[in-house]
Design a protein around this ligand. Structure first.
Ligand code: FO1
Length: 327
């Protein structure tokens, strides 16, 4: 079974860890029908800092699936130290609101060096994954530079800021007026992305941010169309439970694109042209008829990723729904 997932950072990575467990319990794939998982990762969160290229969502997926993630934080490396950050601060070199840990810095140095040598991001990601062995094929959505910017207005005036400045420095507390994936319209899908989507048996939209994660991947020309036209069933999981994001601040960027923070509104935002199936949390069971009325098969199951077993149960429910809509 060939599974393709379009993933953002922490929520996407934790779901993928469950998906791996669901298709190969205990890391032991069934030899008769091994599943092959291709992850198309969001690179709109990428940022250039201190001369380094940082790819937060690709790294979060790579570290989470490769066993190197800082579990509580959800991003960055386990057992991290912060000497580089302290030394930069001593030089008065900012920004000080974005933390690159010492272990994490090595990843960015390798990436930046390979990019400078002429390797595309997809090849660099493959090289980094050779160390981490995430057990999935991790592809950036594009080798071209795409950067999500957010139009905000506060005491400092109306301006566009990098997504990381909006998310980390401003903690998404300033109203977002618009979200723009700068460069997306000229970007090409990375090698293998469209092929994986076209050849997939199942396409999953994890409970990642529908605007700045999945939405950015879909904004790369050709990707939305490939997903919509794929033979495979497309099943998504709601990142909104009980009217609020399970984690993160998805409600803030949903407001910027005029979408209500409800499981049903997010399903309608993706739309029946893209989605065949949608999972909502059991606490949102009353949303099921509305989603089905929009032409999307919908089931209510527990969607709180409290641990890998819970994420695996969600992944199994998504694969079951995919089978149902395929039938
Ligand atoms: N998130 C924070 O809240 N503060 C940070 O200083 C921070 C640094 C950071 C460094 C590397 C990395 O891969 C991720 C990092 N994140 C940090 C997470 C990141 O800002 C976001 O959670 C994602 O971009 C959203 O998916």
């Amino acid at each position: 079974m060939r599974i393709v997932a379009l993933a953002g950072g922490i929520g996407g990575a934790r779901f993928l860890r469950g998906l791996k467990e669901a298709v190969a319990p205990g890391g032991d794939p069934s030899p008769s029908a091994p599943a092959e998982i291709t992850v198309v990762g969001n690179t709109g969160d990428d940022i250039h800092l201190f001369g380094l290229k940082v790819c937060p969502d690709l790294d979060t997926v790579m570290y989470t699936l490769g066993g190197g993630i800082h579990e509580e934080q959800g991003w960055g490396r386990a057992d991290e130290t912060w000497s580089v950050k302290e030394e930069l601060k001593a030089y008065g070199v900012g920004p000080d609101w974005f933390g690159l840990g010492d272990r994490d810095v090595a990843t960015h140095v390798v990436r930046t060096q390979m990019l400078a040598a002429g390797y595309p991001l997809s090849a660099v990601t493959e090289a980094l994954c050779a160390r981490w062995r995430p057990g999935v094929r991790l592809l950036p959505m594009s080798d071209d530079r795409v950067e999500t910017h957010v139009l905000v207005e506060d005491a400092e005036g109306r301006r566009a800021v990098h997504f990381q400045e909006y998310w980390v420095r401003l903690r998404a507390e300033v109203p977002a007026l618009a979200v723009v994936p700068v460069g997306a319209e000229d970007a090409k899908p990375a090698p293998g992305v469209l092929e994986a989507i076209a050849e997939a048996d199942v396409i999953l939209l994890p409970p990642s941010n529908p605007v700045v994660s999945v939405g950015t991947i879909l904004a790369v020309p050709g990707v939305r169309q490939a997903v919509a036209e794929a033979d495979a069933p497309v099943v998504g999981l709601s990142p909104i439970v009980g009217g609020a994001p399970v984690r993160g601040m998805a409600d803030k960027v949903l407001a910027a694109v005029g979408v209500e923070s409800t499981a049903e509104a997010v399903a309608r935002h993706y739309g029946p042209g893209l989605l065949d199936g949608w999972l909502v949390d059991t606490s949102d069971a009353d949303a099921v008829p509305g989603v089905e009325a929009a032409g999307i098969a919908c089931r209510a199951v527990p969607l709180m990723m409290t641990d890998t077993a819970a994420a695996a149960a969600m992944a199994r429910a998504a694969l079951d729904l995919a089978e149902e809509v395929r039938g």
